[in-house]
Design a protein around this ligand. Structure first.
Ligand code: SF4
Length: 170
């Protein structure tokens, strides 16, 4: 967030002292909190500074055996969010490589689209059990496209946990 991004390197140093293996990061959410978000959201200049300093920080951490994950595609995704630029994903292939399960037992691609795309464990799956989840999700997704997919905010699809310089398509 705006008030903490410049202390990320300090946080990494602290985490290094705890002997962690891997560090990930993501911007503060909160667009649903209009009284809070505008004064705490990331600013473009601060994020650009963060991005420019990240390679050197990564090298320092790597020398201590710690990976800071998140590839270029993830950094681009964050920059787009700050700039208000939408980034769609045409087909995230829900259930094939990842799932989201909420506290009420709804299973879907992400929490943004549970209202239209989710299934529930049990009767929804029939005899095929969990192996049928991708087909169910794909059917629901095709039947009821969701506006959230026109600006997909599911960060794990954007290379959040990747170490490679460039991520694969989501
Ligand atoms: S918002 Fe993203 S993760 Fe969620 S269903 Fe749409 S494309 Fe998939």
């Amino acid at each position: 967030m705006r008030q903490t991004i410049d202390r990320f390197a300090d946080l990494c140093e602290t985490a290094a002292a705890w002997e962690v293996d891997e560090i990930s990061f993501n911007p503060l959410g909160g667009r649903d909190r209009p009284a809070f978000f505008p004064s705490h959201q990331l600013e473009a200049a601060a994020f650009e500074r963060f991005r420019n300093e990240l390679p050197a920080l990564r090298q320092r951490m790597a020398a201590r055996g710690i990976a800071i994950v998140g590839d270029d595609r993830y950094l681009d995704r964050i920059a787009s969010a700050i700039a208000g630029q939408a980034r769609p994903i045409a087909d995230c292939r829900p259930g094939e490589r990842f799932l989201f399960i909420d506290i009420d037992g709804r299973i879907g691609p992400c929490h943004f689209t549970l209202d239209r795309h989710s299934v529930r464990a049990g009767p929804d799956f029939g005899r095929d059990g969990a192996a049928a989840i991708p087909a169910h999700l794909a059917r629901n997704r095709a039947a009821q496209p969701h506006p959230a997919c026109s600006d997909c905010q599911q960060t794990n699809l954007w290379g959040k946990f990747k170490r490679a310089p460039k991520g694969e398509p989501g």
